[in-house]
Design a protein around this ligand. Structure first.
Ligand SMILES: Nc1nc2c(ncn2[C@@H]2O[C@H](COP(=O)(O)OP(=O)(O)OP(=O)(O)O)[C@@H](O)[C@H]2O)c(=O)[nH]1
Ligand SMILES: [Mg+2]
Length: 622
């Protein structure tokens, strides 16, 4: 077949003849279009000032070339009609002479009607391809095909993308379309990890990874691990293991492989190519869970930011993210929409989000300052995910924060007033739970929210005492605290030393109390006794309320330790100090006397020395 179809009238026969030579250009397997073909299309488009379309089958052969924009009519089923639940097996690549590659409504309509594997538009200007956009069928809902469009992208990013995986995923889903209204419902996952010295026990880590995969909505079909001193730079695991995973994947019908560490973009790409299957890592999994769970506007922004930052270096033009366009874990953003996959747009969005988060942060700061003015000490609950922080907050403050037996039930901070036995009040904040290998992007993005922790006067570290790995979980919490503190340049050194201690009082200047929770489930009294040998610790059950009175007593002492009530007499000549005290201490009231200004304040211990000479007595005779 060497005929040129469409609006060919008025085109010189000599040009038609050279156009016909395009039929000789085949596209190598695994590529969507070759550079040579793209170049030829750009030239002819510039010359003719008309759209040119080529239709390519899965063997890479060009089966039809048309001029003009009538795309559905001219392609009369060249390879025989395929079953309705299959794609046509043909991709349409065509040019837009105006330079703008975005798909038109005609493009979208013919994609649906012809069920092309892909509909690709090349934006052409002056003999070259300026940008590329493409669309594909992403599902079948209410009797019609849904499509997803992507781009504009750079031609170099697009050219090597391998869409075979995407196309096969779509076809698989279309085959079950009576059952499935959406692509990729439950993904079947294999978990993969390596066993290293000094790490978590591999079984514990993979069990947790499996829980994470289930929380994200996948089903765990099996797991594979290997002993190695360090990950392989190209494949994370050994090459032989890759083959083993491939066999297991086929045997178990798994469609997604989840790795227990963060993979480098290269490892991920290599693995995806070697396994011909979607590959994600622990970080992407955690980000996906956060994306599904984020509720507040700020929470959603933070997660989206972390996801975009994670994806950016992974858009290597190798089809890595493209291969995931089908949907499922790793593609979901915190809104209803899928994650952006275009580099330029990702960068713009990152800047946008950062700006918005900054505004939120300022509001939060104002809010906190106002709260500080209300002179109430603040306590932050920290701890491993599922330790019982929200349950404890609910029990102590009659709040109704969602608490459930799931990882990452809480993402947004909640702060409630709590009354201490001596009648004084404190503020108690619930925060997002931590986990081992918590993604850096996430910690960075959540810094605004985690300010509650950084700024609190006192930390309450909640540990699930019934969990077999409570020690390691506790260490992981200190790791995150360290990272947070390092970021904020507070207490970094001390926190490092505390990493291996299950319990550390006073990490830097911030006191930490340890709450061993769920003792109703821990029936070995020796274990509890051993836990309580740690200083500043208490064993409670947030569920039954056992020992919560002890915890409150401890908080009373803790908040007292933080400050000491004193009355200061500030001479009028130094009245600037009063403003300073408002900043550094809790000022309860002031009185103007002939001899100076009386300030009734609670002084943080560390500022005590500075004001010593002004102390007029604990109880000034008023
Ligand atoms: N048996 C028992 N279960 C508890 C106790 N405290 C909490 N739980 C259960 O542990 C699960 C997790 O509790 P949450 O309060 O949601 O834990 P969290 O620390 O807020 O978890 P994230 O928000 O995911 O970080 C829930 O099913 C609670 O009912 C306890 O003292 N005893
Ligand atoms: Mg919670």
């Amino acid at each position: 077949m060497t005929e040129i179809y469409g609006e060919t009238h008025g085109i010189k026969q000599s040009i038609i003849s050279t156009l016909e030579r395009i039929y000789d250009m085949s596209v190598p397997h695994g590529q969507t279009i070759s550079l040579e073909l793209a170049g030829a299309l750009a030239e002819f488009t510039t010359l003719l000032k008309r759209e040119i379309a080529v239709y390519i089958n899965r063997r890479g052969l060009i089966i039809r070339i048309t001029v003009g924009d009538a795309r559905t009519v001219s392609l009369a089923d060249p390879e025989g009609r395929r079953a309705l639940n299959r794609l046509s097996g043909i991709r349409c690549i065509h040019t837009h002479p105006g330079g703008d590659s975005r798909l038109s409504s005609v493009d979208a309509a013919s994609l649906k009607e012809m069920r092309f594997d892909l509909m690709v538009a090349l934006g052409v200007g002056k003999n070259e391809i300026r940008e590329v956009s493409f669309g594909y069928i992403s599902g079948y809902k209410q009797d019609s095909y849904e499509i997803q469009t992507v781009g504009p992208l750079d031609i170099n990013d697009f050219i090597q993308a391998d869409f075979n995986y995407l196309v096969s995923q779509i076809e698989r889903q279309l085959e079950n379309r009576e059952k499935a209204s959406e692509l990729l419902e439950t993904e079947r996952a294999l978990t993969v990890g390596i066993e290293r010295q000094g790490d978590w026990d591999i079984h514990d880590s993979l069990t947790e990874l499996g829980q994470l995969a289930e929380t994200a909505g996948a089903e765990v079909a099996g797991s594979v691990w290997q002993k190695r001193s360090q990950p392989d730079p190209a494949f994370y695991i050994g090459k032989g293991k890759v083959q083993e995973i491939n066999l297991l994947r086929q045997a178990k019908g798994a469609d997604i492989i989840v790795f227990d560490d963060e993979l480098s973009p290269a490892q991920q790409r290599n693995l995806e190519q070697a396994l011909g299957s979607k590959v994600i890592d622990r970080t992407a999994l955690i980000l996906d869970i956060f994306a599904q769970r984020a509720r507040s506007h700020e929470g959603k922004l933070q997660v989206e930011l972390a996801q975009l930052k994670y994806n950016l270096p992974r858009l290597g033009g190798q089809g890595l993210v493209l291969s995931r366009l089908g949907g499922g874990i790793g593609t979901r953003g915190p809104g209803e929409t899928k994650l952006e996959v275009d580099r330029r747009r990702i960068r713009t969005r990152i800047t946008e989000i950062q700006r918005e988060i900054e505004t939120h942060k300022k509001h939060r700061k104002l809010h906190r300052e106002r709260r500080q003015e209300s002179r109430i000490p603040t306590i932050a609950l920290v701890g491993y995910t599922n330790a019982g922080k929200s349950t404890l907050l609910n029990k102590l403050t009659d709040a109704s924060v969602l608490a459930e037996d799931k990882l990452f039930a809480t993402l947004d901070p909640t702060t409630r007033k709590i009354r201490l036995p001596n009648g004084k009040e404190a503020l108690l904040s619930d925060t997002v739970g931590f986990i081992q290998k918590l993604p850096h992007q996430l910690i960075a993005a959540f810094r605004g929210t985690l300010e509650e922790v950084v700024q609190a006067d006192l930390l309450l570290h909640v540990i699930d005492a019934s969990h077999p790995q409570y020690q390691q979980q506790s260490d992981a919490v200190y790791e995150v605290l360290k990272e947070l503190n390092a970021v904020n340049a507070v207490n970094a050194v001390n926190a490092v030393n505390a990493v291996n201690a299950v319990n550390a009082v006073n990490v830097g200047k911030k006191p930490i109390f340890t709450v061993f929770n769920k003792i109703d489930k821990q029936d070995n009294p020796a274990v509890i006794e051993r836990m309580l040998r740690e200083p500043s610790s208490v064993a409670v059950s947030a569920l039954t309320g056992e020992n919560l009175d002890k915890l409150l007593d401890m908080l009373e002492i803790g908040t007292k330790r933080y400050s000491r009530d004193a009355v200061l007499l500030i001479p009028y000549a130094e009245s600037g100090l009063v403003a300073e005290l408002y900043e550094t201490a809790i000022v309860n009231r002031t009185e103007y006397r002939p001899e100076g200004i009386l300030v009734f304040a609670s002084l943080p211990i560390e500022t005590r020395g500075r004001y010593e000479t002004y102390v007029a007595g604990d109880e000034y005779n008023v």
